[in-house]
Design a protein around this ligand. Structure first.
Ligand code: AGP
Length: 607
């Protein structure tokens, strides 16, 4: 996601404009820029890099004016380059826009504008907005406000857009559809922003725009109207109770909790990935001799979840490979297909595995979160998972987004391999589309139960984490979370593996956490219950995540979290969200630094 901000005042805005966009940098920091309206018209300064660096490099302080907008970018369309940084200008340079969101029909709009004689500088979808507004004025004789609204009518997709024009100093035009946008109400000065962070140090009085609304903001007033028909809307002022630090975390005490709660949105983002991109990966899989899903740490577990879904949904064998062992364990060759999975796109081990794959002639792809990352430039094709910046060092929302992406690939591969019909695809996509709401409902209604379980178990620090089938990587990833943030020794393993030796560990000093499939998954449900009974038969203590009424009342468990029943197709991902939240509460119960745990780095770019 990106951050947009704006300031309109009776005094020079350049310093506040820089501060406002720097406060939004956690939303994305590939590149940034400002546009200020003054006697010289509309002055745009932008470049790649962090706000402070770009402000110095581009001499933001040399530009003064009473009206300005700004942007910090988390690239979705177009590489991380200076031309692709926002603000974007029209041909004449009078109109400047900043945008957060995705314009699905930008190619069609761009084609029409090129035919009308407009010329483009960037590869982004956002630039079309500046040219549509200019076209409305020059070719259709609209005034600036009507041209702005007419442009919003043309957009298909999600947007929070702000616009200024050298011909209309003293006014910011802004509108939103499914991307947040808020007005900050000051003294003889008003602000706009993607969230409260943009202006919380200047004012705590906010007017939150809703979807389908736009506003014209001057230093003395603001008016809010409907994009659809221009009707005025009266909006109440919300007084923000947060301080700046809390606002950056959206009111959450930690980024980890904020990002766990963002998963409803970030999984929705995955559902917006254009189907042709998903189909291309699925098609390349079916053409390959061998398929390898390569990741490390959490992203290896994302790969493992992908392996299970590709096997069950598409009948496709895709080997999950921990990239640190790829060269030694996997004879990748020409005709093979290697998909790297990585949040940063910079992980040393996964880059090493990818280079090895390319050297051996394999076809490569990547599912990454950072546009312009090394992996995204190294592979033959890339899927941007669009999760936005993950500030907490431990990965939560990125993992479920990667898994949801691989589930979409598995569905497409299933149709191509004729393992599933188009009707089945429709049914599975319907289940996947129900996941965001299932996640937000769970977090809203069950967080207290998760917290209680964590409180009861936080003092025990030796664990076996067990799961069968796709619940095995769910167990692995939850174990990794608990290791990372609570510093507990949690060993993840297949539940069926326990009786082949590890069961010798069972005594009163070690506990078992079991991730139980839904009852509807009859075979692996029964086998998981067998593993629980084997532990209990040796005097072991067992806690479980499950959704079974009979198991809840069986007396078999020493502790438990009963999840709401969901469709088995999405149940593993929901259980992982529960596991993430559990690890968070164990860590906070123990007073750990959950956002920056000891010894960890967000991106391990070294051997
Ligand atoms: C973060 O919680 C993970 N523990 C860490 O293993 C991470 O997944 C791994 O380092 C890979 O990073 P990447 O996704 O940036 O490639």
């Amino acid at each position: 996601m990106c951050g947009i901000s704006g300031v309109v005042s009776a005094e020079d805005v350049s310093l506040k404009l820089k501060d406002s966009i720097r406060n939004l940098e956690y939303r994305g920091y590939d590149s940034c820029g400002i546009a200020i309206v003054n006697g010289a018209g509309t002055v745009v300064k932008k470049n790649i890099g962090y706000v402070n660096d770009v402000a110095e490099k581009e001499a933001f302080s040399d530009v003064s004016g009473l009206t300005g907008i700004a942007h910090t970018r988390w690239a979705t369309h177009g590489r991380v380059t200076k031309p692709n940084a926002h603000p974007h200008s029209c041909c004449e340079g009078k109109i400047a826009v900043v945008h957060n969101g995705i314009i699905n029909n930008h190619l069609k709009l761009k084609k029409e504008l090129l035919q009308a004689g407009h010329s483009f500088i960037s590869e982004t979808d956002s630039e079309v907005v500046a040219h549509i507004i200019e076209d409305g004025i020059k070719r259709h004789g609209l005034d600036l406000e009507d041209a702005f609204v007419s442009a919003l009518h043309k957009l298909d997709g999600t947007f929070a857009i702000a616009m200024v024009s050298g011909d209309t100093p003293g006014k910011i035009f802004c509108g939103r559809h499914e991307s947040p946008l808020i007005i900050g109400v000051g003294e003889n000065e008003n602000y706009i922003g993607s969230d409260f962070n943009a202006f919380i140090e200047f004012t705590k009085n906010a007017v939150v725009l809703d979807d389908g609304e736009y506003a014209v903001v001057s230093n003395e007033s603001y008016s809010v109207k409907k994009i659809k028909d221009g009707d005025y809307i009266s909006k109440s002022i919300t007084v923000i109770e947060w301080d700046k630090e809390m606002a950056q975390k959206g009111g959450f005490p930690h980024y980890m909790l904020k990002e766990i709660h963002e998963q409803s949105d970030t999984i929705s983002n995955v559902l917006e990935i254009p189907e042709p991109e998903i189909k291309a990966i699925a098609s390349a899989m079916l053409d390959a001799d061998n398929i390898y899903l390569m990741g490390v740490g959490t992203t290896y577990y994302s790969a493992l979840v992908g392996q299970y879904y590709l096997a069950s949904t598409a009948g496709v064998m895709a080997y999950a490979v921990s990239s640190d062992e790829a060269l030694e364990a996997v004879p990748i060759k020409k005709g093979d297909y290697v998909i790297a999975i990585s949040q940063s796109g910079e992980t040393y081990d996964t880059l090493r595995g990818l280079r090895y794959a390319k050297k051996n002639g394999a076809k490569t792809a990547a599912i990454v979160n950072v546009v312009g990352s090394s992996m995204s430039r190294l592979v033959d094709s890339v899927i941007m998972q669009g999760t936005g910046p993950e500030i907490c060092v431990v990965s939560t929302k990125v993992a479920t987004a990667q898994m949801a992406t691989l589930i979409r690939v598995a569905i497409e591969a299933g149709v191509l391999s004729k393992k599933i019909t188009l009707a089945k695809k429709k049914e599975l996509l319907k289940h996947l589309k129900s996941l965001p709401k299932a996640v937000s409902d769970f977090l809203n209604e069950h967080s207290g139960f998760v917290h209680s379980l964590a409180n009861r178990q936080a003092d025990y620090d030796r664990w076996l984490y067990l799961g069968r089938g796709v619940y095995y990587p769910v167990a692995l990833e939850t174990a990794l979370k608990v290791k990372e943030v609570a510093y507990h020794h949690a060993e993840g393993m297949p539940a069926g593996f326990l009786k082949h030796g590890t069961i010798a560990l069972i005594d009163e000093k070690i506990r078992s956490m079991v991730f139980v499939p839904p009852v509807a998954e009859k075979e692996i449900y029964k086998l998981t219950i067998s593993a629980i009974e084997e532990i209990k038969a040796r005097g072991g203590t067992v806690a479980a995540f499950h959704s079974s009424d009979s198991l809840a009342k069986s007396g078999l468990l020493d502790d438990q979290l009963q999840l709401p029943k969901t469709n088995p197709f999405i149940a593993p991902i929901l259980m992982l969200v529960a596991g993430q939240l559990y690890s968070y509460f164990v860590a906070t119960t123990l007073g750990r630094n959950v956002d920056k745990p000891r010894a960890l780095a967000k991106s391990v770019t070294v051997a």
